[in-house]
Design a protein. Structure first.
Length: 566
């Protein structure tokens, strides 16, 4: 039976309908606003996979009939997703992923199909809403709902879900996603905006999520949705866990004290070998298979628990730093003799080569987009080869992570790029992540800034970026924690996070900008929302770190070279 709910946000009426299309999916909704319609389906296998990660796949499919257009090229049909489609899929994925239960391993697929679009409303916002709604009304164990809105600011006034014409006058473009409890994801760009103004935009965005969350609850209630599937995460035998933790805790603590990443991984391997020798010897084949898998879980749990305890109890990080210190940084320019501009930016064990190539108008990129052809004269491409983490892997092609990291770095730099009138060249930046241990995307921003100045591109100001993290837990008895809502929390905001602090932490918060203000921001959260009070502290610490990095960049090259490379 068809069920429809409607809500209004920012003067736009949005409707969510279920029970008419794609009825064999576990959850299916059509989200509409004006002439815009997106079908979003969710399907999850009934059987858990054997994978050690959650196999969630999100697809955002642009159909050219949605705008009454025939695709270009020889084949005249939709091909691989455009860069914008990949970025839209990531925007849908990031807020819903942390809302599945811990340990859920059933293969799950969310597909958003754009069926009608007029370009007057941000259609990826409808798709994000639809993804949550399809999961919320289904029997899939999803702990939603979530929702997203786009925030702009014109003449000091915030606007939600602006039109393209309004966006031309805006000094910020920020997508905010979350639950009633707080924010789960932020993605945006700005024109040298202060930390306080971005924080105000996030607060405004969160307030505007509430009607969308209420509409999903109403849809679930009115559509007679099924009860959620029973799911219980696999449990480690308590007796075995106790023995394993007693044996392996000292070895994991030793590993966490290793400053060098590869040394730490070698010590992790040594701990696993110790566990096999002491805990698995003499077991029959079937029991050994079970216990070996359980030991892997215990090892990961110990890394998570002990690394967080060290930070929350003693403010000591895996490499011995305190919570605000930025790792040692080196900046070099003119690395490559034939590139127009080049640089090598190293921060701790993260290293990025930045290169700039200049071309004529003939080198501009032509894109056959859903809403018409687009020309682009500024491009930033990010590569992440497997050797950057000391691993082997497939070379060739660009995955979604590379596209997302490149897009974030491009947003950060776009506000300082000169206009076509003052600098009539096509600009292509390539950032190569040569070594990775924490935020190569922000390393790419810094390396690209150096390479642009080395190439003689008259940028308005240098740009730098830093990634912050968060460790958070309910306050222990006797400890006065920060009061957020009904719960008391203790937390530590970490400046310049490494890989383990991203993996075991509760937030990845990236801020890029100049001395004048913020140009790009990205945040992903694993807990059920982060209070704005914590984000305020993260902004303040990120600003201090950004100024430190800008000092080092300007020490290497003060300003763009007066002439471009021959």
């Amino acid at each position: 039976m068809k069920t429809t709910v409607t809500t209004s946000i920012g003067g736009n009426q949005i409707s969510i309908e279920t029970g008419r299309m794609a009825k064999q999916a576990d959850g299916s909704v059509v989200v509409s606003c004006g002439n815009n319609m997106v079908l979003v389906t969710a399907v999850s296998n009934k059987k858990q996979s054997e994978l050690d990660f959650f196999p969630l796949q999100v697809e955002y499919i642009e159909k050219f009939y949605a705008t009454g257009k025939i695709p270009g090229g020889y084949f005249k049909r939709e091909g691989k997703p455009t860069t914008d489609a990949v970025l839209a899929a990531r925007l849908i994925d990031r807020p819903i992923r942390p809302k599945f239960p811990e340990g859920y391993r059933a293969e799950t697929q969310v597909v958003a199909t754009v069926m009608s679009a007029d370009g007057a409303f941000p259609i990826e916002i409808l798709a994000s809403l639809g993804a949550s709604a399809a999961l919320h009304i289904s029997d899939i164990p999803f702990e939603g709902p979530t929702a997203a809105v786009q925030v702009a600011r014109i003449s000091g006034q915030f606007i939600v879900n602006p039109t393209p014409q309004q966006m031309e006058k805006s000094d910020m473009d920020i997508i905010v996603a979350g639950t009633r409890n707080g924010l789960l994801m932020v993605e945006g760009e700005a024109k040298f905006v202060s930390e306080a103004d971005v924080l105000a935009a996030l607060k405004f965005g969160h307030q505007n999520l509430i009607p969308l969350l209420n509409a999903q609850d109403e849809l679930r209630e009115r559509s007679g949705s099924k009860a959620k599937r029973e799911f219980k995460a696999p449990q480690v035998d308590e007796g075995f866990r106790a023995k394993a933790e007693e044996l392996l805790s000292p070895a994991i603590r030793e590993a966490l004290n290793a400053v060098i990443k590869q040394d730490r991984y070698a010590l992790y391997g040594k701990a696993a070998k110790l566990g096999e020798e002491k805990l698995l010897a003499g077991l029959d084949k079937e029991t050994m298979t079970v216990r070996k898998k359980e030991m892997g879980v215990v090892l990961e749990d110990l890394k998570y628990k002990l690394s967080r305890e060290a930070i929350l109890d003693r403010a000591v990080r895996v490499d011995g730093r305190d919570v605000t210190t930025v790792r040692p940084i080196s900046c070099e320019v003119s690395i490559l003799p034939r590139a127009h501009g080049s640089s090598l930016f190293t921060r701790g064990e993260t290293q990025c080569l930045g290169t700039v190539t200049l071309g004529t108008g003939d080198d501009e990129q032509m894109i056959d987009a859903l809403l018409g052809n687009i020309k682009r004269r500024f491009l930033l491409h990010y590569n992440f080869p497997p050797f950057s983490t000391g691993e082997t892997g497939r070379i060739g092609g660009t995955n979604r992570r590379m596209i997302g990291h490149g897009a974030l770095a491009e947003k950060a730099l776009l506000p300082v790029i000169p206009t076509r009138l003052s600098f009539p060249y096509t600009i292509r930046i390539v950032s190569e992540a040569f070594s990775s241990n924490g935020s190569t995307s922000m390393g790419s921003v810094c390396g690209s800034t150096l390479a642009l100045m080395d190439a003689g591109v008259p940028i308005k100001a240098p740009v730098a970026g830093i990634a912050s993290g968060l460790m958070m837990r309910e306050a222990k008895a006797g400890i006065v924690g920060k009061l957020f809502g009904k719960n008391k929390y203790e937390y530590k905001v970490l400046t310049d996070i490494q890989g383990p602090e991203d993996h075991h932490g509760d937030m990845d918060f990236k801020v890029a900008g100049t001395r004048q203000g913020i140009t790009a921001i990205q945040m992903d959260v694993k807990v059920d929302g982060v209070p704005l009070e914590i984000l305020k502290e993260a902004f303040e610490k990120a600003k201090v770190a950004r100024m430190t990095i800008l000092d080092l960049i300007e020490k290497e090259i003060k300003a763009p070279r007066p002439h471009i490379s021959p």
